[in-house]
Design a protein around this ligand. Structure first.
Ligand SMILES: [Zn+2]
Length: 298
């Protein structure tokens, strides 16, 4: 693909994965290129991408997070994202709104994103698409699959006839699913995990560390381990609610990050994650709220 220095290219039929030479942990990731007989599609150009390596006709953004649009400024082709996330691609300020930050946290996150990603103010020309949108590339097609949960508009892409399913930030890391945004949903994340589990593909590509998984058996095994993290967090929360606890107590206790991790968005993610699990536990009659604004196990 030429002059690639920051990434390693691997071919999977019509799909080329530009694997991050940094291992793919945030803020890096793996970029997907689909080469059809008539057109070329790039998905999630990462921070490792410093030019358009293929002259892409279209760029699909799986969701409005800065690591997935980090390399987008190098592309002149049409830019796409799901209707529910496209405003965050159009405007960096809308993207930041999605994190539900306090003004102090926002200042720190904004500065961090500025330093790390050097993003423009947004891509106002980005086009919204829905579930089932097909990019016809000639002898290959790429179909958008709406997989909400991580964000409201998070999407995967199924490339045929290759049989390559890109699952973006259903990333199978041992860290587990992330659902710390205003638009995140645990229920939707669990449903999206079931959606991808039901798709028989030859390869499954993730944006972060794991890269490409070979075959549905291995993919489903890893998916089970990944989904189990959601249930482990909920069990840990339930144990912690043996005594009444407020949301700030739960944020300090931490469900997602380890205690030593200090990043400007950690508290916001912990707050939203706690809130979503509390809603689930309340709906399932496992906890009750207390007079002091706390929650306790039944
Ligand atoms: Zn993300």
């Amino acid at each position: 693909m030429g002059m690639a220095s920051n990434f390693r290219e691997t071919r999977f039929d019509d799909v080329t994965v530009l694997a991050s030479s940094h291992g793919g942990a945030f803020p890096y990731g793996n970029t997907v290129v689909v080469t059809g007989s008539q057109a070329r599609l790039v998905i999630d150009p990462s921070l490792d991408i410093d030019h358009d390596p293929v002259g892409a006709d279209a760029v699909m953004i799986s969701h409005a997070h800065e690591d997935h649009i980090a390399g987008l400024k190098h592309f002149t082709g049409d830019k796409y994202a799901h209707h529910a996330d496209v405003d965050g691609v159009r405007s960096l300020q809308v993207l930041l709104d999605g994190y539900g930050l306090t003004s102090e946290e926002r200042h720190a996150v904004d500065a961090q994103i500025g330093d790390q990603f050097a993003l423009p103010d947004g891509f106002p020309e980005a086009i919204g698409v829905g579930d089932g949108h097909v990019f016809d590339l000639g002898d290959a097609s790429a179909t958008v699959i709406h997989l909400p949960g991580h964000t409201a508009g998070h999407c995967g892409v199924l490339i045929e006839p290759a049989g390559f399913l890109y699952v973006a930030d259903i990333d199978l890391t041992s860290f587990g699913p992330m659902y710390g945004d205003v638009g995140s949903s645990v229920e939707d994340f669990l449903m999206s995990i079931e959606s991808v589990r039901a798709i028989d593909a030859r390869w499954y590509g993730t944006f972060h560390q794991k890269g490409v998984i070979d075959g549905s058996a291995e993919f489903r095994r890893r998916l089970d381990a990944y989904a189990a993290v959601i249930h482990r967090r909920e069990e840990r929360l339930l144990e912690f609610l043996a005594r009444p606890r407020t949301i700030p107590d739960i944020v300090a206790h931490r469900l997602v990050y380890r205690p030593h991790v200090e990043l400007p968005f950690v508290d916001a993610v912990e707050r939203r994650t706690a809130q979503l699990h509390l809603e689930r536990l309340e709906a399932h009659d496992q906890i009750i709220s207390t007079d002091g604004g706390g929650f306790v196990r039944r």
